[in-house]
Ligand binder design. Structure first.
Ligand code: NAD
Length: 467
């Protein structure tokens, strides 16, 4: 494997220190990775700051061309990037490949997006225009579950708006992101995009850095609070995409055989390590037993293994801490419910856990009330849909949620009452670059993607002209 490098001021650089990246399927090192020092972080911010005046004055067309070229470059290197993702993150190669194509598609979307400029008044003595100005240096901080696609929620929108960037992946999944930096480094002027890697110690420094104008953060709610506090002194702009505990409410009028595979996929994709995974399933009493049986048989049949092996559906948990946390949630499920599939680690090497279904469990247990972020799913019985909805809403989280019914009007009525940023009907976890994504309550602040997400990388400017 070619050595990995930081990207600072247009040049590839070794880290002031180094660290090992572990393959969660084997618990063996994948590669040595450069680790940036605080002084290298300062250099990256200084480079982004120096590049900002010229980049912010380029035409939108120039920036669009750069984003399209980045999309091409990602697509031209799908094989290598996907393999790196599987090696460091653990996900099956076909899912890693889909993630890389997805990242390219997000760059492609923003390569033809418009920065909205509108005229809100013309006449009565005034012409009033609303323009969008770039902010300056953006710090983009990404977690370990989808390193490339979540990077692509931020980087193209920030660049299109005329900002420059310092991008920081998670400590356990830096490799594909560093390779991305290397692949696109000549597609923008030096300093416009900088990529550093850390050992989970530079996120706070980036957040507090006086020359950073905005932090676009995806990660846990606990860290999101620290980001908000760190940004407060300078009143920095922040976007926070945080944790979730999405409820799926399954009414009695669906066919369990048809619905169970869709819910299973929504819960166990990426080994359940998805912010918008279906994390607690409320099922109507009339189909409860049938739905539990279907979910259990899907769990029993699922192929758990190394993401590089053909046929693997569910890879390992991404890191040891998360692996241990999920085993703990399984014990909570054993205590407060009945495990009908899985319930244990798979093998004795790698962070593998069999997909686990827990039935006859209630709200009030940790597995239902907290974010498990792993392959263990509580299935809760209900008789009254409104009461189930109230239980779904009784959470600090409000990222996504779903209603499953053959009566779309009824489902729509329930969806309107769900306290979450997105509600899906008869599906779950469907995102696209033109659809804004925003968490309610403790799941986030402001939006990414779509026009709303793009606007978050800008400062509104009103020009009000006497006529
Ligand atoms: P995390 O909060 O531990 O880490 C996320 C990133 O923040 C990493 O890059 C980390 O190095 C950095 N970081 C650590 N300390 C920091 C600090 N003090 N200031 C700034 N940055 C800091 O999250 P994680 O465990 O990597 O990811 C899992 C969590 O992310 C889950 O809760 C999941 O739901 C959430 N998530 C949310 C979304 C979303 O879009 N809402 C998407 C994916 C994951």
């Amino acid at each position: 494997m070619e050595p990995f490098k930081l990207l600072i001021g247009g040049a590839l650089a070794d880290g002031d220190a180094a660290m090992e990246v572990i393959n969660p399927a084997t618990e063996q090192p994948v590669a040595t990775c450069p680790r940036a020092s605080k002084s290298q972080l300062d250099q990256a911010v200084a480079a982004a700051r120096a590049a900002f005046p010229a980049w912010s004055k380029t035409s939108v067309e120039t920036r669009r061309e750069a984003l399209a070229a980045m999309a091409d470059q990602i697509e031209a290197n799908v094989g290598e990037l996907a393999r790196l993702l599987t090696l460091e993150q653990g996900k099956p190669l076909q899912d890693a490949t889909a993630e890389v194509y997805g990242a390219a598609a997000f760059f492609r979307y923003f390569s033809s997006a418009d920065l909205p400029e509108t005229r809100v008044q013309e006449g009565n003595g005034s012409r009033v225009e609303i323009r969008r100005r770039p902010l300056g240096v953006v710090g983009a901080i990404v977690p370990w579950n989808f390193p490339l696609i979540l990077m692509a929620f931020k980087v193209p929108a920030a660049l299109l708006a005329g900002n420059t960037l310092v991008l920081k992946p998670a400590a356990t999944t830096p490799l594909a992101t560093l390779r991305f930096g290397e692949l696109v480094k000549d597609l923008v002027p030096a300093g416009v995009l900088n990529v550093i890697a850390d050992a989970n110690d530079l996120g706070g420094e980036l957040t507090k850095h006086p020359d950073v104008a905005k932090i676009s953060f995806t990660g846990s709610t606990a860290t999101g609070r620290k980001v908000m506090a760190g940004a407060a002194d300078a009143l920095k702009r922040i976007t926070l995409e945080l944790g979730g505990n999405d409820a799926a409410i399954v009414l009695g009028d669906v066919d369990p055989k048809e619905t169970a595979p869709k819910i299973f996929n929504a819960a166990f994709y990426n080994a359940g390590q998805v912010c918008i995974a279906a994390k607690r399933i409320y099922v109507h009493d009339s189909i409860y037993d049938a739905m539990c049986a279907e979910l259990a048989s899907l769990a029993e049949a699922a192929v758990v293994g190394d993401g590089l092996e053909q046929g693997t559906q569910i890879g390992p948990l991404q890191n040891k801490a998360q692996f241990e946390k999920v085993l703990d949630y399984i014990e909570d499920g054993r205590k407060n419910g009945q495990i009908i599939a899985g319930g244990e680690r798979a093998g004795d090497r790698g962070y593998f856990i069999r997909p686990t279904i827990v039935r006859d469990i209630k709200d009030g247990s940790r597995l239902v009330d907290e974010e498990q972020f792993g392959p263990v799913l509580p299935v809760i019985r209900f008789n009254d849909a409104e009461a189930a909805l109230a239980r779904a809403n009784a959470s600090d989280y409000g990222l996504g949620g779903s209603i499953w019914s053959s009566d779309i009007e009824r489902a729509h009525g329930l969806a309107e009452q769900m306290e979450s940023g997105t509600v899906w009907i008869n599906k779950h976890a469907d995102l696209a670059p033109h659809i804004p994504f925003a968490g309610a309550k403790s799941s986030g602040i402001s939006a990414e993607l779509g026009e709303e997400g793009l606007a978050e990388f800008t400062q509104i400017q009103v020009i009000n002209i006497a006529q």
